[in-house]
Design a protein around this ligand. Structure first.
Ligand code: NAP
Length: 277
């Protein structure tokens, strides 16, 4: 166990995993706890949240669960209340929820546009809006050199598909993930003087359970193995990243190692967004 987040209270939104293995949110929740954080594992799926909290507890860490659809303001407000009731404070918000539905633009109906915008973008606004007042009530901390450092950190999970075409049409995903960036930047600048940081991570093509069902058709003609091969081949490294790559970047941004980092867009993509073709 490390101590980069000792005594910090972290809300991980989307802390479960859609399938077996390690998603980005599950890996982040477990890594944060390994670094000393008390974690509120929030998910729409109670079993998925319990699974993550169980892993943390099994390793000797502290995690509780809360079930919420974070596209709903009343559930987000209840999540913040629950965190304050159980742990007394909120130091870090890790916003991991995101859903993808590949489809040509003209086939996206109004309901789907609204649903994906609510889950991918509105949820991030709602959770930030709800935690910021609690973070503002935190005291400043002082580092080893006597410098006053932050009262809170927000990490929002965007995607390289918010800034680049990634090979399949999913306008709802690209647009909402792209919009996470100005949301994050706005909060970073509004709160820089108040000691609260906000940063975004842009994962590239990652091999996580969430890609299997929605993307196997578009990338692999329905075959999961072919999808993995196709996505691996797209990456300059020759292979996709995984949930731990995102989790380690999130740990950096959540911790005091990043005390002077705010409004940043951290690409975790094995170089794919730097590539011309
Ligand atoms: P995941 O396995 O789908 O886990 C996310 C969890 O969030 C799931 O348990 C899911 O529950 C839950 N969730 C979905 N909608 C919710 C809602 N409205 N309220 C509360 N919880 C909700 O995905 P992951 O691997 O942890 O990572 C997902 C994030 O990484 C997304 O933001 C995604 O856009 C981003 N990302 C992934 C990649 C990639 O290639 N894997 C690339 C770039 C960015 P259900 O299973 O019930 O839906």
């Amino acid at each position: 166990m490390g101590g980069k987040l000792r005594d910090r209270v972290v809300i991980v939104v989307g802390a479960g995993s859609v399938g077996p293995g390690w998603g980005n949110g599950k890996a982040a929740a477990v890594l944060f706890a390994r670094e000393g954080a008390k974690v509120l594992a929030v998910d729409i799926d109670a079993d998925a949240a319990e699974e993550t909290a169980g892993i943390v507890a099994g390793e000797g860490g502290i995690a509780e669960t809360f079930v919420a659809d974070v596209s709903r303001a009343d559930r987000v407000d209840a999540m913040v209340e629950a965190c304050l009731d159980r742990f007394g404070r909120i130091d870090v918000l890790h916003n991991n929820v995101g859903i993808v539905a590949p489809k040509p633009t003209v086939e996206v109906d109004d309901a789907e546009w609204d649903r994906i915008a609510a889950v991918n973008l509105k949820s991030m606004f709602l959770t930030c809006r709800a935690v910021l007042p609690a973070m503002e009530r935190n005291e400043y901390r002082v580092d080893a050199e006597g410098r006053r450092i932050g009262r809170g950190a927000i990490v929002n999970i965007s995607s390289v598909s918010g800034i680049r075409w990634t090979g399949v049409p999913y306008v709802t995903y690209s647009v909402t993930k792209g919009a996470v960036l100005p949301l994050t930047r706005s909060i970073a600048l509004e709160y820089a003087e108040k000691g609260i940081r906000a940063n975004a991570i842009l994962p590239g093509l990652m091999n996580t359970p969430m890609i299997v069902e929605p993307l196997k058709e578009a990338y692999g003609g329905g075959d999961v193995g072919r999808m993995v091969e196709a996505r691996d081949a797209q990456c300059p490294t020759g292979y996709m990243g995984d949930g731990w790559d995102v989790a380690h970047a999130a740990l950096f941004l959540a911790s005091d190692d990043a005390r002077y980092v705010t409004g940043a867009e951290l690409v975790v993509d094995g170089g794919i967004s730097a590539k011309l073709v």
